[in-house]
Design a protein around this ligand. Structure first.
Ligand code: SF4
Length: 489
């Protein structure tokens, strides 16, 4: 392996993909590659693709087309394509873009360095897609993008069959990582100075079903409460059908678990939920929210909503607005339904005309913004703890502000004297002076500023890395291991 070959990973899609890209970077670094400098052309470009977002394939093939002249001029350069679109399109990618060197799937990220070497040696494309997961991806080394916040996978895949979603076809059935292994990774991150961890799974509320413990997720949250140095715990995403009261209790009673909940609604119409094959109803959804607010009155609740699912009537859409008004979201990811090839919804009758979808979508956005603005205004005058972040406020340079997230997940832009030396990863307390629909401003004095190890690491340009194998890491399919140290599971 030539030690000096450089790489760049380009990521599309969700947090799962972003975290997979951290693993791809960790793997390549372990294999002797180095991240490319800002203005240089990399020797290896890896596209980690998404099949969920609209026009994902056009975007990928467009980007591959742009790279073709560079590749012609520099034949030694390699292009690899992984992720959900690679899992879906397989050999099609090298037929459409024969200058691609490697195609790998969602189940075999770990093969990438070997595939790159084989493709170089054989001077031909390597396509390797596995049908199911053999090794849990967290066994791979990870180069973390942040010194202060880290993702930790608790499960991969999904046992649900939402009719608009391609994920189960591409990521397979849910596989749960054992609690001891998750906690070992969380402790390792906290030991490196990471302050905030987000537990990741397609459906965190079904975590544990695979190893026979339906209460495992609540126990896991409580166990994270005992991790020294860990100040914030978040998770995404829960599924309303599997949400149990013990999780609400664990959130409310574990001091480092943040009072923020991202719970996808998708639609407020029970008819549409049925057609989506989402087996909760709007009343059940709102019941969960009522319980969360009763246990944590300061909780910020966010969601995902799809507008214009096939068959959605005006009345169905009004039911969605009803839930939005009752739930009082602090923000939402909103999507106009569009067909995803390979999903049952793509071939359903009654596709809603584009103009109708747009009109409903505009009304939804207006309603959401009115509510989130009202909710944000309630915070003016209050003091918030903010974990300072990188790159959250694009206008920060011009306004002299820095940005970060409050404990409830709200985006806060705050005034900061450069002489104060506040760094990403530090913690400040400040007072909210102005509310907008999507953020808060705090233009008063900083009340407290705590320097952290994460801030020191950011200032020193250090990268957080987690090694490939942590305590008792299981191989999928192996008998459940005895975790070396765990307080749950
Ligand atoms: S719960 Fe539904 S939307 Fe979420 S990953 Fe599973 S199938 Fe897709």
């Amino acid at each position: 392996m030539t030690a000096s070959r450089t790489f760049k990973v380009i990521t599309y899609g969700c947090q799962m993909n972003a975290h997979d890209s951290e693993r791809i970077s960790g793997l390549l670094e372990d294999a002797g590659y180095v991240p490319v400098g800002a203005d240089a052309d990399p020797d290896v470009v890896v596209f980690n693709t998404c099949a969920v977002r609209e026009n994902a394939d056009n975007r990928l093939y467009g980007n591959l087309g742009h790279l073709r002249p560079t590749k012609n001029a520099k034949p030694d350069m390699q292009i690899a394509v992984g992720g959900c679109l690679a899992q879906k399109d397989r050999g099609e990618i090298v037929r459409k873009a024969p200058w691609v060197d490697v195609v790998f799937g969602t189940h075999n990220i770990g093969s990438l360095p070997v595939l790159l070497e084989r493709a170089r040696h054989n001077a031909s494309a390597e396509v390797e897609i596995l049908e199911s997961l053999e090794v849990f991806p967290s066994t791979l080394p990870t180069r973390r993008e942040s010194t202060y916040a880290g993702w930790v996978s608790i499960s991969v895949g999904c046992n649900n069959t939402c009719t608009f979603c391609i994920v189960p076809a591409l990521r397979g059935k849910e596989k749960d990582r054992r609690p001891g292994d998750i906690l070992a990774e969380v402790r390792a991150l906290a030991a490196e100075g990471v302050l905030e961890v987000t537990l990741l799974g397609q459906n965190v509320n079904s975590y544990g079903v695979e190893f026979g413990d339906r209460l495992a997720f609540g126990k896991l949250l409580r166990a994270c409460g005992d991790v020294e140095g860990l100040e914030r715990v978040r998770f995404t995403s829960p599924h309303p059908k599997d949400f149990t009261d013990d999780v609400i209790a664990a959130m409310a009673e574990t001091p480092n678990v943040c009072h923020s909940l991202h719970m996808p609604l998708q639609s407020g119409s029970d008819t549409v939920l049925r057609a989506m094959r989402r087996s909760y109803r709007s009343s059940r959804y709102l019941e969960i929210i009522d319980k969360v607010r009763a246990a944590m009155p300061d909780a910020a609740i966010t969601t995902d909503i799809i507008v214009g699912f096939p068959g959605e009537t005006d009345d169905d859409f009004e039911r969605t607005l009803d839930v939005v008004r009752a739930a009082r979201y602090s923000s939402a990811f909103t999507f106009q339904y569009s067909k995803r090839p390979g999903t049952p919804a793509a071939t359903m009758d009654d596709q809603v005309p584009k103009a109708v979808v747009q009109e409903r979508y505009d009304r939804l956005i207006a309603t959401l913004e009115e509510i989130s603005w009202d909710e944000n205004k309630k915070l003016v005058g209050s003091s918030l703890e903010v974990l300072v972040a990188v790159g959250e406020g694009r206008k920060d340079g011009a306004t002299g502000r820095l940005s970060g997230r409050a404990r409830d997940g709200r985006l806060v832009h705050f005034a900061a004297d450069p002489a104060a030396g506040i760094r990403p990863g530090d913690i400040v307390h400040t007072t909210v002076t102005y509310a907008a629909p999507h953020h808060l401003n705090a233009d008063g004095p900083i009340l407290t500023h705590r320097r952290t190890r994460a801030g020191d690491a950011w200032a020193a340009g250090r990268v957080t890395r987690t090694p490939g194998v942590t305590l008792g890491m299981p191989t999928i399919g192996a008998p459940p291991p005895q975790p070396a140290a765990t307080t749950c599971g």
